[in-house]
Write a protein that binds this ligand. Structure first.
Ligand SMILES: *Cc1c(COP(=O)(O)O)cnc(C)c1O
Length: 359
């Protein structure tokens, strides 16, 4: 069986080395030494000033929205994982969906301004599949209309924009370290910001709002992560270059096959260095998409429809019609991509796809 992804696991003894220390200290959670070490190592690696390690990428979005005091309407993308939209609604704001660009698959900056009303307070955009948004264009609009910007960077560990980590952009950028992501800590997430005041606020919020034992500075939640999760992050840390390199090699192998069926590719931002986190395949029709999925599943290969359905069509989120996102959501599948996927497996997958497309 070949799944869309397979979590990376470090050699067991390397994880256990960290776990041994947990037994010595008897310190399991609450901002422990491994959590601190993990934050320091990542900040240094990513060259970002601030980061808070959290228990998942969804709570990261919710804390970002809360810390920026967002109210009213929030402009967002319908082409993302449901957590991007659910977090907006969970925090009491109204998502206003704006269509995506058919090439980048990211929120289309040209369509943002006409969706802005006097109630709009922010833009929340996803760097889809690790491809950075048009960050400059979005910031220009945000500055002009006095809006906050949050990026959902759950896919973009390792992606760069204009020579800096993508996490360095926006008022807040969030990410996820869930087991299925390129770099993971089993469960986990983070918020990044360049603003030390905002950082302080979010750090209170992560720990119930505690300011010392007996005082409370903010309304908080429990967004802390444990020593065991940080241990997994630390054990995985040295494999980051390998994880990035194998994804790239595998993507190039897919490219080699896919150019024969002449499918459109996601256009990567020209100012970006891409992390190859996912391999989306955009097919010609819904019918063909179903056929390709059927043929792959018949061979025990399980691609995923990231992202289906387009979130504006989900009844509980009450969006208006958005043709580009709806069309892409109907035609796109993400092909298997993970560190141990072999060239032979990729070739096998591609032959099935080519046959389904009558090549
Ligand atoms: C995975 C993902 C999330 C949620 O992250 P969790 O850590 O699973 O809570 C949010 N947004 C996007 C785009 C994701 O892919």
């Amino acid at each position: 069986m070949i799944n869309v992804t397979k979590p990376f696991l470090p050699p067991q003894e390397e994880y256990l080395k960290y776990v041994e220390g947990i037994w010595h200290r008897n310190w399991l959670t609450n901002n422990g030494p491994l959590v601190n070490e993990f934050e320091l190592k990542l900040k240094e690696y990513l060259k970002v000033p601030h980061m808070l390690y959290l228990n998942n990428g969804t709570i990261a979005l919710q804390i970002a929205i809360k810390a920026l005091d967002l109210k009213g309407e929030v402009i967002t993308t319908p082409f993302s994982y449901v957590a991007t939209t659910s977090s907006i609604v969970w925090e009491g704001c109204k998502p206003v969906f704006v269509d995506i660009d058919p090439r980048s698959l990211n929120l289309d900056p040209k369509k943002i301004e006409r969706a802005i009303t006097e109630k709009t307070t922010a833009i929340i955009a996803t760097h889809v599949y690790g491809n950075p948004c048009d960050i400059d264009a979005i910031q220009q609009i945000a500055t002009k209309h006095n809006l906050k910007v949050i990026y959902d960077g759950a896919h973009c560990f390792g992606s760069m924009y204009k020579g800096k980590s993508v996490f360095a952009y926006g008022d807040v950028c969030t990410t996820s370290f869930h087991a299925t992501k390129l770099f993971h800590t089993i469960e986990g997430g983070a918020v990044f910001t360049n603003d030390p005041e905002l950082l302080k606020r979010m750090s209170f919020m992560r720990n119930f709002g505690h300011h010392g034992h007996d005082e409370f500075a903010e309304v908080g939640i429990n967004a802390k992560n444990s020593e065991f999760h940080a241990a997994m992050g630390l054990a995985n840390f040295k494999y980051i270059p390998d994880l990035l390199r194998s994804r790239k090699e595998q993507s190039l192998r897919y490219d080699y096959w896919m150019q024969t069926i002449n499918v459109p590719k996601q256009t990567i931002n020209k100012d970006a260095q891409f992390n190859y986190a996912y391999y989306p395949l955009i097919l010609k029709s819904t019918e063909l998409t179903h056929k390709v999925i059927r043929e792959l599943e018949g061979n025990w290969i399980y691609p995923r429809r990231y992202f289906y359905p387009s979130l504006n069509t989900v009844a509980i989120y009450k969006g208006n019609t958005l043709p580009v996102s709806e069309s892409i959501a109907n035609h796109v599948i993400c092909l298997p991509l993970y560190h141990s996927l072999s060239v032979e497996e990729i070739d096998f997958i591609c032959r099935i796809i080519l046959r389904a497309c009558n090549y």
